[in-house]
Design a protein around this ligand. Structure first.
Ligand SMILES: Nc1ncnc2c1ncn2[C@@H]1O[C@H](COP(=O)(O)OP(=O)(O)OP(=O)(O)O)[C@@H](O)[C@H]1O
Ligand SMILES: [Mg+2]
Length: 250
């Protein structure tokens, strides 16, 4: 069975004292290794819930999630989280050097690995131009890096974990249109090198996805549309890319 992610009839119901919210209802999904999938839909349709279920922050109310053929219930929290690298909507940088901020994701990463990840994320040259390169201090709020640069650093950080699955959770929501387009070009170069879930409320046309999963507005509606053939054909993988070593962990 050649499936990286499989969701079988997954429901997620949040229960608080008096309220039940059906965030996801009967979600079925198959994602192959290296596939680039966009999960889209309006606010409240369950996109973040889906990301959290995959990472094991919550359990499905019904149904099953399989990763690489293994029922996620049989994976420990650490095993489960080692599958994923996440690029969030807002990247938090800590005071410390660029290198410190990258090592956070994987404290045992060598400098060569850090540089390789930054090259893939197309942030290496920006870092080299900083006064002290990788040893430049970033302020508490990441002073010195633009929003787009921070998001690229987040890709590098996520790749350093050698994830099998990269989740972008509204990673372009805070970027202006032209910065988002540049960022998408970088994301497109990862196509095929790692399984990608790109969560967004509005699907950018330039994103070279294989499959689009639409959630909501009513949570019970799910349609997986076939791959956009035109986009699939036009897809290119940059020759110079360093593969994110998805095979090397476990
Ligand atoms: N921890 C929680 N407890 C109770 N209800 C929740 C919780 N998290 C999410 N919900 C509800 O579940 C539904 C789906 O929320 P979710 O955050 O997954 O949506 P989303 O698609 O990510 O939205 P957005 O685009 O605004 O980020 C919403 O109705 C939300 O109010
Ligand atoms: Mg969300």
């Amino acid at each position: 069975m050649n499936t990286m992610i499989r969701l079988e009839g997954v429901d997620k119901v949040y229960r608080t004292d008096r309220i039940e919210t059906v965030a996801l209802s009967n979600i079925n999904l198959d994602v192959k290794p290296g596939e680039f999938v966009s999960v889209m839909g309006p606010s409240g349709c369950g996109k973040s819930t889906l990301a959290k279920l995959l990472q094991g922050f919550y359990l499905p109310t019904h149904g099953a999630i399989r990763l690489d053929g293994v029922d996620a219930r049989h994976l420990s929290a650490n095993e489960l989280r080692s599958y994923f690298g996440v690029v969030p909507q807002e990247t938090v940088l800590f005071s410390g050097t660029v290198r410190d901020n990258l090592l956070l994701a994987n404290p045992t990463a060598s400098f060569e690995e850090i540089v390789a990840a930054c090259k893939v994320a197309q942030i290496h040259e920006v870092i080299e131009r900083l006064p002290k390169g990788y040893d430049s201090e970033l302020g508490e709020r990441g002073t010195g890096l633009s929003g787009g640069q921070k998001q690229r650093l987040a890709i590098a950080r996520a790749l350093l974990k050698h994830p099998k699955i990269l989740i972008f959770d509204e990673a372009i929501a805070n970027l202006d249109a032209s910065t988002a387009e540049e960022f998408i070009r970088t994301v497109n170069t990862l196509h095929g090198h790692v399984t990608i879930l790109f969560i967004t409320h509005a699907l950018p046309r330039s994103l070279q996805v294989d499959q689009v999963v639409r959630l909501g507005p009513k949570p019970e509606v799910l349609t997986a549309v076939p791959p956009n053939r035109e986009q699939a054909k036009s897809r290119t993988i940059t020759d110079s890319i360093e593969p994110p070593h998805s095979e090397s962990s476990n």
